[in-house]
Design a protein around this ligand. Structure first.
Ligand SMILES: C[S@@+](CC[C@H](N)C(=O)[O-])C[C@H]1O[C@@H](n2cnc3c(N)ncnc32)[C@H](O)[C@@H]1O
Length: 377
């Protein structure tokens, strides 16, 4: 894995977040390099610039390096992206006074002169981001989007025309293209929130646009719900909570327990909180954390149960290193005798990881595709 980012005179050393992880994935991709190369070719001035979906700060670090006073307005839904960008600025001795942070629900300022974006995997979320941009960008503002060439087709270019303004794609370079979109200055209406029921558990769920399982229960979550652990639980963590469905069900079953919902996605945490309120659960028992696994969970939270349906990708990359980090954090934070209860695709062989970490692992349930496993600290 290389950590040396190099485009023309811009040299950086970049790491993913957390720096130490069970993966050899790189902290940026060729589309980041293509965007910086494009800016250098057009001789871009340091105008107020929004950076959207920057994975671990490659774009913001490159612009800070080109001009430490470049005003940057950084929109991200991922806590790991925020933490990684700060880590990489500090590692490269770059200032951070020029950085202004926004979640994907905050309004960006109206005086932007340029927008740089990476194309996310979730196109519903991307369309939502374009519509939100249409509320703040004056006609004629340039938006440059870096993406893999294979992800760009006429349907994607139509998405720009529909939600923000006309767009054209550059020639390919290192199997990537930069899309050049010019905002037309017309504000688009955001889609109405949709919610869906889980009748057998009397739950009503809604998801913001970047939340896992857009409009129906995930099949892994379903087998988990059908096989939840029983015990005298006081403090439960729903780790990688998404819309919060697992923790919500536990709150119904254990109304006296404190339930901590954690997700890397700010929209997920906001959805879990909205679903908590929507389903009329006790206001003082739900706790919501936008975090990378349990990195910043307060020390006085001592879980006796961690529930987890771990992610198996990060952005475009298929990886089980986050699952591994979640299991490690659970082992670190569980009370002695506490339980980690997980669901996973059978082929991911999580039982090997749990056995290695906890020295025990029980199969609670399984079907052709999924397995529910439990380990005790
Ligand atoms: C497979 S989904 C499960 C969602 C929900 N618990 C369910 O069962 O429907 C995995 C979740 O982990 C979250 N996630 C990914 N990386 C994370 C990290 N580093 N820290 C915390 N959550 C993370 C994702 O945003 C996603 O919501």
């Amino acid at each position: 894995m290389t950590t040396q980012f190099s485009v023309a005179d811009v040299e950086l050393e970049l790491f993913r977040y957390p720096k130490a992880q069970e993966s050899n994935l790189q902290a940026w991709d060729a589309a980041d390099e293509h965007l910086i190369k494009t800016l250098l070719e057009i001789g871009q001035d340091a105008v107020p610039t929004a950076i959207i979906n920057d994975s671990f700060g490659a774009l913001s670090c490159a612009l800070s390096k080109l001009n430490p006073n470049w005003p940057l307005f950084i929109e991200t839904d991922a806590r790991t992206s925020y933490l990684g960008s700060i880590q990489n600025h500090e590692h490269n001795h770059l200032p951070t006074d020029n950085l202004n942070w926004f979640t994907s629900r905050d309004n960006l300022p109206k005086d932007l002169g340029l927008v740089l974006m990476k194309l996310p995997k979730n196109l519903t979320y991307f369309a939502h981001q374009l519509m939100r941009l249409s509320h703040v960008l004056p006609a004629g503002t340039r938006i440059l989007i870096g993406a893999k060439a294979k992800s760009i087709n006429s349907a994607l270019l139509d998405l720009f025309a529909k939600h923000l303004g006309p767009a054209t794609a550059s020639l390919a370079w290192k199997k990537t293209r930069v899309i050049n979109c010019i905002s037309d200055g017309k504000s688009r209406e955001l889609p109405k929130e949709v919610s869906w029921p889980i009748p057998e558990y009397q739950l009503q769920i809604s998801n913001l646009s970047n939340v896992f399982a857009a409009n129906k229960l995930d099949i892994g979550a379903r087998i988990m719900l059908d096989n939840l652990p029983k015990g005298d639980f006081n403090t439960i963590v729903d780790l990688g909570c998404g819309n919060g469905v697992l923790g919500l069900r536990m709150a119904q079953l254990y109304p006296n327990a404190n339930i901590h919902f954690i997700d890397d996605s700010e929209m997920a945490v906001a959805s879990a909180k909205a679903n908590w309120l929507r389903n009329g659960l006790a206001s003082d028992k739900g706790h919501f954390h936008w975090d990378d696994c349990m990195t910043h969970l307060p020390d006085d939270v001592e879980p006796d149960l961690v529930l987890c349906n771990p992610p198996f990708h990060q952005g475009e990359a298929i990886t089980d290193h986050i699952a591994w980090q979640m299991f490690l954090d659970a082992r670190r934070r569980l009370k002695k005798g506490g339980i980690l209860h997980i669901v996973g695709n059978r082929h991911l062989a999580y039982h090997v990881k749990l056995q290695r970490l906890f020295k025990n692992c029980t199969t609670v349930a399984s079907n052709g595709k999924f397995v529910v496993l439990q380990a005790q600290k």
